[in-house]
Design a protein around this ligand. Structure first.
Ligand code: DAS
Length: 368
């Protein structure tokens, strides 16, 4: 059917009539609806920097820009529709590009989230964050903040100044999720590109595309026009079911990552241990394989008390199997299961705040 001007006007006339007629069911209205009596959720937005707070010289700059420039009040003002979803207020916790996050930044942010989650006037928390280490912060919060209230971490792949910028809708979706009672008890969530992913699984799988964030085991759901839609729930322990509590952690032991590749030597592992690493994450080839030129050095470091944890440089769609590529029982090593090296580093650091027993550490990697 061709859309003639007459047909267009009559279609518009009908739509206008629909919205003006009293007593129509809610679905006839557009956008999120709030009944007059329903109290809006109170959502706090903690800003840390990143591209979502970035600015480029022109609209054509979708990849060339400066991150961590726009302050939280301007970020909130740039998406006035947030007020349709919730009562929002913002705090500027940091203003940095997330590749520069340190353990101290993680601890400070997690403690602030934990304190806010205890407040009766906070129903949900959104953290705006650079995308480079977003997955690490989301996983760390998932392990250490003991609340069932929704905590949503969000970023953007393009600065707000760019054509087809993705930050505004990502932020809108994050607030919609943080304000949604259905998001409670699902652990820390990440809303990017209309999807809702668990902070445990999600990883940045591309470096310049809006659909960069993927979970090897799939998203939990979607956010569409301010509504959340759920299709599965997290399978691993998190938040209130975690043995880790940010309120009882003041520092994190040094844990470092060394990358496996053809022609690898043990020097990186030995240097990291000499610098104070209490555990080494091996970002191994394939199923966490270790070169025969590195095994003796790792066994020597294990004998000196350094924990050895085999992860894989392959991110997604599988997991490192104990005693498959290496005799982990004999070597007293741990496998990271499906956690990528950057997430394994965080769980290993938290594990070492509680134990030096590789069997307990292995249990943590299978359960979280
Ligand atoms: N440098 C990146 C960061 O802050 C920019 C971004 O993608 O957010 O993580």
């Amino acid at each position: 059917m061709t859309l003639t001007p007459t047909r267009l006007m009559s279609a518009l006339g009908c739509a206008l009539a629909l919205t003006l007629l009293p007593g129509l069911p809610a679905q006839a209205q557009t956008g999120p609806t709030q009944t007059a009596t329903a109290k809006k959720a109170q959502v706090v937005i903690l800003a840390t920097g990143g591209t979502i707070a970035g600015a480029g010289a022109s609209a054509a700059n979708s990849a060339t820009y400066q991150a961590a420039k726009v302050p939280v009040d301007k970020l909130l003002a740039s998406v006035p529709e947030l007020g349709n979803l919730a009562q929002v207020r913002g705090e500027q916790v940091f203003q940095i590009a997330s590749e520069s996050f340190t353990n101290e930044h993680l601890l400070q942010l997690a403690k602030r989230v934990s304190a806010l989650a205890k407040q009766a006037d906070v129903d949900g928390i959104v953290i705006t964050h650079g995308t480079d280490t977003l997955e690490e912060t989301a996983f760390f919060l998932n392990l250490t903040v003991r609340t069932t209230k929704p905590i949503v971490v969000v970023g953007s792949m393009r600065p707000g100044t760019a054509l087809s910028a993705d930050g505004a809708l990502n932020l809108y979706n994050a607030v919609a999720t943080a304000a949604s009672p259905a998001a409670a008890g699902k652990g820390v969530l990440v809303t990017m590109n209309d999807e809702i992913n668990t902070g445990r699984d999600v990883t940045k799988a591309a470096n310049i595309r809006p659909d960069a964030f993927k979970s090897p085991w799939g998203p939990l759901g979607m956010v569409v026009e301010g509504q959340t839609y759920w299709f599965r729930a997290p399978a691993k322990r998190h938040t209130v079911n975690s043995e880790f509590d940010i309120d009882r952690i003041s520092s994190l032991p040094q844990v470092d990552i060394a990358y496996g590749h053809g022609g690898v030597s043990p020097v990186a592992y030995q240097a990291l241990a000499a610098s104070g690493a209490k555990a080494l994450i091996h970002a191994g080839t394939g199923n966490g394989s270790v070169s025969k030129d590195v095994v003796p050095a790792l066994r020597e470091l294990r004998a000196k008390g350094v924990q050895v944890i085999r992860s894989s440089r392959i991110d997604g769609g599988g997991f490192v199997i104990r005693n498959a590529e290496q005799p982990d029982d004999q070597y007293d090593w741990v496998v990271a299961h499906d956690l990528n090296p950057q997430k394994a580093r965080l769980l290993a650091a938290l594990a070492l705040t509680q134990t030096q027993n590789p069997k307990t550490i292995q249990r943590f990697f299978l359960e979280y």
